[in-house]
Design a protein around this ligand. Structure first.
Ligand code: DON
Length: 343
């Protein structure tokens, strides 16, 4: 055989190995997703959130899983079309938007990036840190309500409408489609958000919020009511997994250099007082919402989301935690699990 023919055969063989590896890993992802769906489909633990009346009415059997990989492929099981309210998962994207616009240090200086060790809407946590901004290091974070409402207040805009267009626009870019507010949830939450109004007023008193706290609480309530399905959430997670660029649409959303800061806050505070336990078992930066969604990020590998409304005592979806843990463990998603170079 001539040398050139041999070289070409080698190239073709290598290409075929490459194709089959890609196909094999795609099959591996789908099998992990299917196995978790089958395993947890009948799990009935947990209870829908009911402190917002509209959330109690959502079908507790809703269960959808989606994984998005670097090539923008989406692997799914179950119901990935029905929308739930994004709730606290929106806190990640509003924080990311402020970081994109005003830099990593803006959030650190104005809100803080410390885990509070308290429930998401704790008022004692605000009183406990009591740092008046400018008089010490703020010790909140943008993933619990006091910090999240303050982060929404930091988004720049001359009017509430201008701020809202930026907030929803950032969520749209991360999800790769135009999202809209679930009006029944927005109304239900607005009628019952007196606790968040108290937090907003306190944040003004302590200097975390500079302007109109009522507007910030209203826009925060609206951002929590954005409707998303498992596929939207997995795409949003994948945007954070792949350097801030949405791998399905190809659109850059957040500068790559700013992504690690966002993921660090998710790792320390994304599942509230259970964040440490979650990290111990998965190693994944993640964020839950009381609508039943959880997003998790395996940097450089995949973004994953599960929607299932029944929650545990900490306010995190039971099935979503189990399914994400199983899938990530099957795919080697834990960034703390070392893969030795050269061995
Ligand atoms: O602030 C609230 O009460 C809700 N809109 C969001 C809370 C939430 O999702 C906490 N999640 N685990």
């Amino acid at each position: 055989m001539k040398q050139t023919t041999r070289t070409w055969l080698g190239v073709v063989a290598l290409a075929l190995v490459g194709v089959s590896l890609a196909a094999q890993s795609g099959t591996e992802v789908q099998s992990a997703v299917d196995a978790a769906y089958k395993k947890f489909q009948t799990l009935k633990e947990g209870k829908n959130a009911d402190y917002i009346p509209a959330l109690a009415k959502v079908d507790p059997n809703l269960f959808g899983i989606a994984v998005v990989t670097a090539d923008g492929k989406v692997y799914t099981a179950g119901d990935v079309k029905t929308e739930v309210s994004i709730q606290s998962i929106s806190k990640v994207f509003t924080m990311a938007q402020v970081i994109q616009e005003q830099g990593l240090e803006s959030i650190e200086k104005q809100i803080g990036v410390d885990a509070t060790g308290a429930r998401f809407n704790s008022i004692i946590a605000v009183e406990a840190v009591r740092t008046v901004v400018g008089a010490g290091t703020p010790e909140m974070n943008p993933l619990v309500n006091p910090g999240a409402i303050s982060a929404t207040a930091m988004v720049r805009g001359a009017t509430a409408d201008e701020v809202w267009k930026k907030v929803i626009g950032f969520h749209n870019d991360a999800a790769g489609r135009p999202l809209s507010v679930l009006q029944d949830v927005y109304k239900s939450e607005s009628d019952t958000n007196q606790r968040n109004q108290a937090i907003g007023a306190l944040m003004l008193a302590y200097g975390y919020i500079k302007g109109n706290w009522q507007q910030a609480v209203d826009l925060y309530t609206r951002q929590c009511s954005i409707g998303v399905n498992a596929k939207d959430l997995a795409t949003m997670a994948a945007t954070l997994a792949f350097g801030g660029k949405n791998p399905v649409s190809g659109k850059p959303v957040l500068d790559a250099a700013k992504v690690p800061g966002v993921l660090a806050v998710m790792a320390t505070a994304g599942l509230y007082d259970d964040s440490g336990k979650w990290l111990y078992h998965t190693g994944l930066p993640a964020k839950s919402g009381v609508g039943g969604g959880i997003i998790a990020v395996s940097p450089g590998k995949f973004g994953i989301a599960v929607v299932s409304p029944p929650l545990d005592d900490a306010g995190n979806s039971v099935r979503a935690q189990r399914a994400i843990t199983a899938i990530s463990n099957a795919l080697g998603g834990n960034p703390y699990a070392a893969r030795m170079i050269g061995s």
